[in-house]
Write a protein that binds this ligand. Structure first.
Ligand SMILES: [Zn+2]
Length: 82
């Protein structure tokens, strides 16, 4: 499972970069301000359903961010293999 996701991260990274989706928030895992995606955008980018995305976030593979206004975002940095 982790291996498949890593491959998707690589193949989808260019598509994400081309979109104007930058909304910045502080990621507690990265410990810095990052660009974020909505959960739907992140699920589409990784080609997974929302349930799988939630599992990846729960497992720590993807960073979830609760913003101060109460919306849920996904750390864009966590979608890419470093
Ligand atoms: Zn992060």
């Amino acid at each position: 499972m982790a291996r498949r996701i890593a491959k998707l991260k690589i193949t989808r990274s260019r598509t994400i970069e081309l979109r104007d989706i930058a909304l910045r928030a502080r990621c507690g895992v990265c410990d810095c301000e990052v660009e974020t995606l909505t959960a739907v955008q992140a699920a589409v980018a990784l080609e997974v359903d929302r349930l799988t995305l939630d599992r990846l976030i729960a497992d720590g593979c993807i960073h979830g961010i609760q913003t101060v206004i109460g919306s849920f975002r996904v750390c864009k940095n966590s979608l890419f293999v470093k």
